[in-house]
Design a protein around this ligand. Sequence first.
Ligand code: LCS
Length: 396
Amino acid sequence: MHTPLSPETEAVHGNSASPLPTLDLVAPIHMTSTFRFQDVDHGAGLFDGSREGYVYSRMANPTVDLLQEKLARLEGAEDAVATASGMAAIAAVVMSLLKPGENLVAAATLYGGTFALFNTHLKRWGIAVRFLPAACFGDPAAITAAIDSETRLVFIETPANPTLDVVDIALWAGIARQHGLPLIVDNTFASPLLQRPLALGAEAVVHSATKYLGGHGDIIGGIVAGSRKLTERIRENYTHLFGPCLSPFNAWLVLRGIKTLALRMRRHSESAMAIAQWLAGYPKIERVYYPGLESHPGHAIARRQMKAFGGMIAFEITGGLTAGKQMMNRLRLCTLAVSLGDCETLIQHPASMTHATYSPAERQAAGISDGLIRLSVGLEAPEDIIADLEQAMARG
Ligand code: LCS
């Protein structure tokens, strides 16, 4: 294919492996740990690199390759590496780019697991992390001041989990580039259908494929997409020998999920906008955080860097955490669970659940209030979700 296809078309096509005799429309699942060698010389040639082919599925597998190629095309990247989870994708980036004594700079509002990896575990490896508080995300001087001669990468998540803060990708990429550093963007909340960080100057994106890419709440997976230089380093320094490879079956499920990604992201975004607008007008709601609302401080940046505003909303209700708990316990349709990006609407309380890895002071710096409630808007009729939220808040 010579002319570039639109992402909507890319998402649907290209799921077949190079022509199989059976001419399958959809590629089969190559559920095999190892691959046979024709003879000893063939096997040895695969090991010394003089021949091309598959050897062992921890290193490469045809079904996983298809997913990697698809993500690379969707993100406009040279290459991609699929991993066993989103956390494995993030670990692959930091563990292959940093050594003891070096540091990374990160915006402080992150998925709680990412924060814990950076804040606690990297320290054991002698790697420091400099967190920029939410109040400084738009402040070029503060971002620049966090970088020193030992900084090796810059990491942001946008829209950020769980506050929906919008971080200006072009601004951060420009500063990182001035210092010769790669900017890594966690693109999980937006998906490549709504936001393409590489086109804005990022070196690579990471995804929890568990979320919108898979889209059906049935797998755990992750991916890094970026320059070939980076993906080769990740394969050599991390994935091949630390071994966080994605199962071919899970890769196949993510490939299937991606076929409907464009439709799902449109529906998630439209429903979330309707629900955010309803919440903003409801008397018992104190604040609503949704990048699509004009009142959102990041709305102008979101308009610039996103195609639509996605399916995630956060809000605070009158009466704080006590009232919030009561409301969540009364819900009948919205499901009380962590994770996001599924067909079902999911609701959870970041301070005691996904972001319990932050101390109260760290949460405050990241802009995560104790009463904040996070809603992952699913594919149900938005009026049913609104009716459920209303019945849960109307009493008491
Ligand atoms: N990045 C973001 C933005 C995430 O939200 C998550 C998980 C991860 C990375 C890690 O991906 P995983 O290893 O789980 O595939 N976020 C979750 C959340 O908000 N609730 O449960 C998991």
